[in-house]
Design a protein. Sequence first.
Length: 363
Amino acid sequence: MPEYKDTINEICCNIHTGLIDFSKAAPRKSAPTQASSEFITNKQQGDWAEDVIFRAINDNSENIVAVRYGKSDDLTAGDPGFKEFYAQYQEELETIGKRPDLLIFSKNDYDEQLGHDISYLSSDVIGDYIKKAIVGIEVRSSAFLIDKYNEETNRSVRENTEKAIELKNIILSEYTDILEMKRPELIGIIQGIDEHSIRSIDFRVPAWRSSPQLQTLSGLLSELKTCLKTIQKRNTLSITPKVEDLKSVYKWIMNYNVPHFYVQVFFDKIYGISFKHILELISDPELEDEIYTIEEDIKNQNKTTIKIPPYEGICLAETVSEPRHYSVRKELNKGRLLFYVKFDGGEAILDKENFDELFGCEI
């Protein structure tokens, strides 16, 4: 049976190098010079999400232990010592790759002397210990209630579908004669609209204005097109690995041979997906825009991001209680002030069967 890292390597060979070239090192990034309130709030939210997973495992498991491993320094751009910290972080990325936020060890392999936080320890010191981990987990967070988001999305699709069918019937019953003269090809397109085809049908809207009837028909076709665009718009929340991070995760796996997973924490549910499955998806170009999309994400500093719907993974927690939150004042150099949100508390109730299925270990 091949080692985990060999399986990952084999899949990576099938991924188009125009998307990710795993044979080339990622370019070193220069240190940011200024932090923003939004950036720090997002970091705090990510730290909260990691803590929710950390506590949910360690408070409920008799078999495994979660250990903090990813870099967790509270320094931000503009703080004394940040440039040195960032340079060391870049050196580590080039050497071992990107540390996952958490490692899970069996109780038998967990080192009590090292404790629950090894994030501050050099990879040279803990390298052999890391290889004993069962899995590594990269935690992502999203400030959404996914159930309410899906409920609103489904309502919008339902209402626009009903409106589109209504417009179809009006156009075909009252304006077929005009379409036969002006745009006969539209008749077949509009006739073909139903609850299934509505997600793929498209047409160009004419800008007729030379008579009241033509102007009215043009307006109806424009309304219909708007309904179609709303229905066809990608309206799902996502698990969001960045392309540049996939390279760094790959490097880490090649060094330690530990299975890697992404976990996306919403404010009401938690989903997980394996790094292996992410690679399998993006190695198949036929699945692009069907299951996953590739976008320059403004929420991720315009970085190329793979967006995968949560249902491609496994739901790890059906219930998450929201954290407390409060404002924090941070003073930077030259008296610049930032105000950001800090999160505290919140609980996740893990689904033990789904947890075992995803990670291959009993909680």
